[in-house]
Design a binder for this molecule. Structure first.
Ligand SMILES: C[S@@+](CC[C@H](N)C(=O)[O-])C[C@H]1O[C@@H](n2cnc3c(N)ncnc32)[C@H](O)[C@@H]1O
Length: 242
């Protein structure tokens, strides 16, 4: 391994909070994730030469980190572009049930839209016939995951892991905590339930907190005054076939 690659690798491992915005990895993309988070996942759950499958690749942080860690990567998204020839067009449609690869992966790194978060941004990249799942109403969004997890289960090896990243969605934006309607929310507990129902067993839960400094003191104070309880984190669930 060249010393440059060693330096890049070790720079991805220096603390417990995953830093956002490492410009060496991935493109500027709505909802892109920290390279350190991908690096940790690859380090603990894959080996050099393994195949990683990224069904919703977005800004390609996963494929870039795979390159440094010498893992192979297959990337798909409904949004493709010339500067990222590694991303193959695929629209995941729960009705079609098509898995766009023959070689079975060792790890699926699945970072889908977090319900309606960034709905506008992803809508701009999609079309009416091939919508982003962030445009789905809650029931259809949940159905999507059940079908996806089932389809994945049918198309992987016995040893394949899935690393599934998501965040709690609650209607807290303008609602005091006591008045939130839980029927409008989708939380990590729901994703965990859907994984279990479709043949996956969670083995690890990795918390990925965002720095609270992302919110100004002013914002936090205003929310506190109205007893609005925000959320500053995502959770990575690692699961294996049960
Ligand atoms: C959270 S982003 C992925 C970000 C990526 N991990 C990164 O670091 O840049 C989710 C991606 O899912 C894609 N997407 C949403 N619905 C889709 C669908 N039905 N089929 C294929 N891609 C979809 C969006 O285009 C978006 O790029």
């Amino acid at each position: 391994m060249t010393s440059k690659v060693y330096h890049v690798k070790s720079s991805l491992f220096h603390c417990g909070v995953f830093h956002w915005g490492d410009e060496r990895f991935g493109d500027d993309w709505p909802g892109s994730i920290p390279a350190q988070l991908v690096a940790h996942t690859l380090f603990y759950f894959t080996n050099p030469g393994d195949l990683v499958f990224d069904p919703m690749a977005g800004g390609c942080v996963v494929s870039d980190v795979c390159l440094v860690f010498e893992r192979k990567c297959k990337s798909f998204d409904l949004a493709t572009r010339d500067n990222r020839p590694e991303v193959r067009y695929h629209h995941w449609d729960p009705q079609e049930g098509h898995w766009p690869a023959t070689r079975k992966p060792d790890l699926i790194f699945f970072d889908p839209p977090y319900y309606a978060k960034k709905e506008k941004e992803y809508k701009g990249m999609a079309s009416e016939k091939t919508p982003s799942i962030s445009s789905y109403p809650k029931g259809k969004y949940e159905e999507f995951f059940k079908s996806f997890f089932l389809l994945a289960h049918q198309n992987v090896k016995n040893t394949t892991r899935i690393a599934f990243l998501n965040a709690d969605w609650r209607d807290f934006q303008s609602t005091p905590a006591l008045k939130e309607n839980p029927n409008n929310s989708i939380t990590i507990f729901d994703y965990h339930r859907m994984l279990s129902q479709t043949g996956w067993e969670a083995t690890h839960r990795i918390e990925c907190p965002l720095s609270s400094e992302r919110m100004t003191g002013n914002q936090v104070q205003k929310m506190q005054e109205r007893r609005i309880l925000g959320t500053v984190g995502r959770t990575l669930i690692i699961a294996r076939r049960s």
